[in-house]
Design a protein around this ligand. Structure first.
Ligand code: CA
Length: 371
């Protein structure tokens, strides 16, 4: 039999043992917790970083007459490249054109570049078919799910996207005629916002970048004309936002697309640009069987400025005055006090800009991303 004293010693030692075991167990628990906490903090930090980074990325709406000239296709490729390179966020693509296959072509491009959820808005009022555009050939060659009837009007999508985003957060890049913007300005309250279109645009958009017009003056330019007399004049008479113009005189000197002759013939830029070289009425006289013809580079300059800026590096910004459009596609820069208008003036050789834009259109193909 154990003595009472011995029993007490055993009990004490059991207590000490269980205390030590308890401490040990807690130590391992604490160790696990101490190991997990930094991981949680790190994940939270990375999450916050991503959120902050996403908030400061240029948030772009791309308004385009996709399918006519190939530069819209090149510009969209650049935007997807920039998106995938974490340099911008593409909020929406707005189609000025109501050509039958335009929605399917853009949906195919969004999917090709792995951004299938970028919403598309389209000009309401029915479709037409144009064999000369490269919309159908892109739709025929690349998987897509959407066609004209599946997407909202540009006015509806503009109002939704603007309402959903922070004030003063959006860069609107317009590289086609400006009818969609005019219709937005004329729109009234809807389920997305009680504001008028004009109020909504001015509240949410911090800058408009417009490919259009000629500077300091020009008689006629397609985006300012659009076979829609008065649209451009109306738009700029109703907008007080900062507007930066990239005029015809910049893009016409920058010839790009020759490099697409050396890429995979199943790439959308090869297929789209080849079709354009062969079928666009203003390109066919230069067409050589089997070759993509180098093309003017208007819309890509607007995208490049919108995402990367580059003032002082690739172009200067001319201000002190305003752009005065007429009703039929002409415009003049009226010199005077600083206004909300400015225009870009290229300060590098067109060939240097062409090399940069060729590379940026092919970010998905190039391993080195040009600065
Ligand atoms: Ca265009």
């Amino acid at each position: 039999m154990l003595t009472l004293c011995a029993q007490e010693q055993i009990d004490n030692s059991k207590t000490t043992c269980s205390f030590i075991l308890h401490l040990k167990a807690n130590y391992y628990k604490m160790k696990k917790i101490l190991l997990v906490i930094p991981i949680i903090l790190l994940l939270a930090f990375v999450g916050c970083q991503n959120q902050v980074q996403e908030q400061i990325l240029p948030r772009i709406i791309f308004d385009t007459d996709f399918g006519g000239d190939a530069d819209d296709l090149g510009a969209l490729a650049m935007l997807h490249g920039f998106t995938n390179n974490n340099e911008c966020k593409l909020l929406a693509v707005m189609l000025w054109t109501n050509e039958k296959y335009a929605v399917s072509a853009v949906d195919a491009m969004n999917r090709y570049y792995d951004n299938p959820n970028v919403p598309i808005g389209v000009r309401a009022g029915g479709t037409h078919v144009s064999e000369t555009t490269h919309n159908k050939i892109l739709a025929d060659n690349f998987p897509h799910e959407l066609s004209y009837g599946d997407v909202p009007s540009t006015t509806e999508l503009y109002r939704k996207v603007l309402a959903e985003n922070d004030d003063n957060s959006i860069v609107l890049v317009a590289v086609g005629p400006l009818l969609n913007i005019k219709l937005l300005l004329e729109s009234g309250p809807c389920s997305f916002s009680p504001l008028s279109g004009k109020e909504l645009l001015h509240k949410k958009v911090k800058e408009m970048v417009v490919m259009g017009g000629q500077f300091p003056r020009g008689e006629w330019e397609w985006n300012f004309n659009g076979d829609m007399p008065g649209v451009t004049k109306y738009v700029f008479e109703h907008i007080d936002l900062p507007v930066v113009f990239s005029g015809y005189e910049i893009g016409v000197k920058i010839k790009t697309g020759n490099v697409f002759n050396d890429i995979d013939k199943n790439h959308p830029l090869y297929i789209g640009y080849y079709h354009f070289s062969e079928h666009a009425s203003w390109m066919s006289e230069y067409f050589v069987e089997g070759r993509i013809t180098p093309n003017a580079t208007y819309d890509q300059t607007a995208v490049l400025y919108a995402v990367r800026g580059g003032v002082g590096k690739w172009w200067n910004k001319v201000d002190g005055g305003f752009c005065k459009p007429d009703n039929d596609g002409g415009n003049v820069w009226v010199e005077g006090d600083k206004t909300n208008h400015s225009y870009l003036k290229l300060i590098v050789e067109p060939e240097e800009m062409a090399n940069l834009i060729d590379s940026l259109m092919l970010i998905d193909v190039n391993l080195n991303i040009p600065e």
